[in-house]
Design a protein around this ligand. Structure first.
Ligand code: HEM
Length: 404
């Protein structure tokens, strides 16, 4: 039995020893529950095992609502959310409100919906790659990884291309641990004002886009209040591109750095689908994990997570659990990584996962087909990794597109 006083205590988020592995402080905790000591000295339970993560993320006694007592606050700015619950989106709600709102979107993000967008996504990738034709060098972060998911989610929501720079910038501010509470609040207010304007336009001028569908199928018939529509759109917008941009940057890096991964991507088909799952597992870009608070006492093999205590799921560590993934620290394109935790698990499991996978598959495959001889211009170990952003990624990915 582990007690809160005797179990290991580790500072969290802990620094990484190697940019491509989760913090060393997390390895070796195995199946045990440990305690994380957060930036403000508060404590939360930390879960690193794959099995326990899957069990507890399905447990309804754990709340996603930051207003729940003991909810782990990973940054000073995240207190903005707790103090202003009206602006919360459903990622931060519990049942039944969560299911009520998520269901309104779930039939637009099924595998079949993502497949239907594959052609559009492929065209958007090609536009980005066309712009590189003739170049010998490029930085793939601003050229491909960042703008591509922003264009895809803008297309889904129906937001004009000229607004892309604005929403990319404000969304990035929302998820940067280095931003102050005031900066985060300002970014959110500007984003919300913009989205409210988009909602207003759709009331009288519906189009073939997600905002119009929410307005006409849900809001106007009275299934959702207008003040909940903007946070819903903000969630799709923000969750939909920063994450995927980070995943694309790291995946492109791995493809360029690892010949077997590149070969699997180039071959396409089921091997491409499998390698994308492995890249999701290996990089686990939601680097600080998922947060919950216990609403009731929960017994875990004799240890009690008490009501009012916080829990952090370090999914990056869970994705390196050797009980599930043999040789977990290796990127292995032949691995069956489908049980990875990169999209979470349970009621809040990523709504956009099928779309995200289509984006990564199309982008990687088209890139290596178009630029088969591209190489990294800077060794992977010397790249600038985003250690403070909640989506782990790269500041830049300089590449040589053609042999010199
Ligand atoms: C939720 C990861 C792309 C929309 C989540 C969660 C994770 C995640 C870990 C669970 C959060 C929790 O349990 O607290 C990722 C990763 C992505 C990605 C790694 C890219 C590689 C997308 C895209 C969309 C999206 C493209 C577009 C719509 C959402 C939404 C939720 C969510 C709406 C909230 C679901 C809910 O609370 O029911 N994502 N995501 N994500 N994601 Fe993603």
């Amino acid at each position: 039995m582990t007690s809160s006083a005797t179990c290991p205590h580790i500072p969290y988020p802990a620094p990484r020893d190697n940019p491509l592995d989760p913090p060393g402080a997390l390895s070796g905790l195995s199946g045990e529950l440990a305690k994380a000591v957060l930036w403000d000295g508060s404590e939360a339970w930390i879960v690193t095992s794959h099995a326990l993560t899957r069990t507890l993320l399905k447990d309804r006694r754990l709340s996603s609502n930051p207003a729940s007592p003991g909810f782990p606050m990973m940054t000073a700015a995240s207190k903005v959310l707790r103090n202003e619950p009206r602006s919360a989106s459903f990622i931060r709600m519990d049942q039944p409100e969560h299911a009520h709102l998520r269901t309104m979107l779930s039939n637009r993000f099924r595998p079949v919906d993502a497949e239907a967008l594959r052609g559009v996504v492929g065209d958007l990738v090609d536009q980005r790659l066309d712009a590189l034709d003739g170049a010998t060098e490029a930085d793939l972060v601003p050229a491909v990884a960042s703008p591509l998911p922003a264009s895809v989610i803008a297309k889904v929501l129906g937001i004009a291309e000229e607004d892309q720079e604005f929403f990319e910038d404000r969304s990035a501010r929302l998820i940067d641990r280095n931003r102050t509470m005031d900066e985060v609040r300002a970014a959110r207010e500007e984003l919300d004002a913009f989205l409210d304007g988009e909602v207003e336009k759709r009331i009288t001028e519906p189009r073939e886009d997600l905002i119009s569908a929410i307005v006409h199928e849900q809001m106007l018939p009275g299934h959702i209040e207008r003040q909940d529509v903007v946070p819903m759109c903000r969630l799709v917008l923000v969750a939909g591109h920063g994450t995927t941009a980070s995943q694309l940057a790291l995946s492109l890096m791995s493809v360029l750095d690892d010949a077997p991964t590149r070969a699997a991507v180039r071959a396409g088909g089921s091997g491409l689908v499998a390698v994308v799952d492995e890249l999701l597992r290996f990089h686990t870009i939601v680097q600080f994990g998922l947060t919950r608070a216990a609403l009731e006492d929960i017994d875990v093999d004799g240890t009690t997570i008490k009501a009012g205590e916080g829990v952090v799921f370090a999914i990056g560590a869970g994705n390196r659990d050797e009980d599930v993934f043999a040789g977990p620290d290796a990127l292995d394109p032949d691995r069956d990584a489908r049980r990875h935790l990169a999209f979470g698990h349970g009621a809040h499991q990523c709504l956009g996962q099928w779309l995200a996978k289509v984006e990564v598959e199309e982008c990687l495959h088209r890139f290596v087909s178009r630029f088969p001889e591209a190489t990294l211009a800077t060794p992977a170990s010397e790249l600038s990794f985003r250690h403070t952003a909640s989506s782990y990624g790269l500041d830049a990915l300089p590449v040589r597109l053609q042999p010199s």
